[in-house]
Design a protein around this ligand. Structure first.
Ligand SMILES: Nc1ncnc2c1ncn2[C@@H]1O[C@H](COP(=O)(O)OP(=O)(O)O)[C@@H](O)[C@H]1O
Ligand SMILES: [Mg+2]
Length: 372
């Protein structure tokens, strides 16, 4: 930020370039010191309030933990983004990160976008050769039932372009292209793409629009969403009509994010690593080695079913309660009182519905899908 103050990452919606830049360039939060019971008792009222406030913030924003899922996704993204640096007008490969809610899509993709932003600025400087601000990443999160025009407008708003009031979809689109070219955007992230109006006829329109972006914009298009495959992003056009869809599909690499599983030894090891990482980060006076990774391992798996979103909600809320009540440790008794949030519940319901729907479908599952 211009006044040099440290931006508060939690206040950023990341829907504008300034916000994204602040997010990408802000230093990582520093962990509050772990105090002993004795030290905690000797804190005066104000110091204690300040300490607890910092711990609240810290536990509410643990992460991102470098899980195997996140690492694998990042490796794949680097492969694709870097191989897209061909010269000229060769069409660039697009990416779709397609996974159920609460598996860490937004978190992992933002962490990648942050790294990418930093690398590009470090290598090429904050301004383009023509003196424009360099904006390596344009990131837009979709909401509700977004149409093509809304999508274009959202991208314009990211750049703070004044021309968001009037215009056709195509005019908005050309303005976006101008911004992308002058700011030398390299990565375009469209998060929650399932909120686009797809539908029968719109499916073609959406796919044409994405194809236009992929063809005209010199960027790696990174689409993020839920059930993009089912929405037809990769369809080959079963009856030969949807050639636009087929073209989008062929140039798009689909990447997933898997939940933690405990069927195999490798899976159990990954789960434990995750819990150990959390145990290290938690700042509770009476924590002990194994508090999470041993004593709560089964419990947390059962309640989260291996979904990182639910796990993080439980840990976050558990820590808040442990601090507030003075318990200063996590155990099953305390965790039993902690509710999983609506989002996690909704995600689980959505997950269930999706699974049931899939069971009901008469079509065979396409090959390679959800090969977790
Ligand atoms: N690698 C990670 N480390 C720590 N927390 C994570 C990580 N990935 C996801 N989370 C947490 O899980 C929750 C859901 O993640 P999110 O990225 O929003 O999932 P999605 O976009 O797939 O729905 C968030 O609250 C986030 O903080
Ligand atoms: Mg998300």
């Amino acid at each position: 930020m211009s006044d040099g103050s440290v931006p508060e990452p939690d206040n950023l919606a990341l829907s504008r370039k300034e916000d994204f830049k602040a997010f990408a360039e802000s230093p990582r939060r520093s962990r509050p010191d772990l105090l002993t019971r004795k030290q905690l008792k000797t804190l005066g009222m104000d110091a204690r309030a300040d300490y607890d406030r910092r711990r609240r913030k810290w536990h509410a924003n643990i992460g991102p933990v470098k899980t195997p899922q996140l690492r694998e996704l990042h490796e794949d993204l680097w492969d694709i983004v870097d191989s897209n640096e061909q010269d000229g007008d060769k069409a660039k490969g697009a990416v779709a990160v397609d996974a159920f809610p609460g598996l860490g899509k937004t978190t992992s993709v933002l962490a990648f976008a942050r790294d990418f932003h930093q690398r590009e600025i470090a290598e090429s400087g904050p301004f383009t050769s023509r003196g424009h601000e360099r904006i390596p990443v344009c990131r837009v999160g979709l909401t509700g039932n977004t149409g093509m025009k809304d999508l274009n407008r959202a991208m314009l708003e990211f750049f703070g372009h004044p021309g968001t009031g009037r215009g056709t979809t195509a005019q908005f689109g050309r303005r976006v292209l101008d911004c992308v070219l002058s700011c030398e955007v390299r990565l375009l992230v469209l998060d929650d793409l399932h909120f686009l109006k797809w539908g029968q006829r719109n499916g073609i329109e959406v796919s044409n629009h994405l194809k236009w972006i992929a063809n005209e914009f010199p960027v790696t298009l990174l689409m993020v969403g839920v059930e993009l495959t089912e929405k037809g992003l990769f369809s080959e056009g079963a009856n030969g009509r949807d050639t636009a869809l087929a073209q989008t599909g062929r140039r798009t690499t689909r990447l997933g994010l898997r939940p933690f599983t405990i069927e195999s030894e490798t899976g159990r090891r990954e789960w434990r690593q995750m819990l150990l990482a959390l145990e290290q980060r938690v700042v509770l006076t009476d924590k002990h080695p194994g508090m999470i990774a041993d004593d709560l391992s089964d419990y947390l798996f059962a309640r989260s079913t291996g979904h990182i979103g639910s796990l993080m909600t439980l840990i976050n809320r558990g820590c808040q309660r442990a601090i507030r009540t003075g318990t200063e440790r996590l155990d099953q008794e305390l965790m039993d009182k902690v509710k999983n949030d609506e989002a996690s519940e909704a995600a689980r319901l959505e997950l269930q519905a999706a699974l049931e729907k899939r069971q009901l479908t008469s079509r065979p599952q396409s090959r390679g899908r959800r090969a977790a």
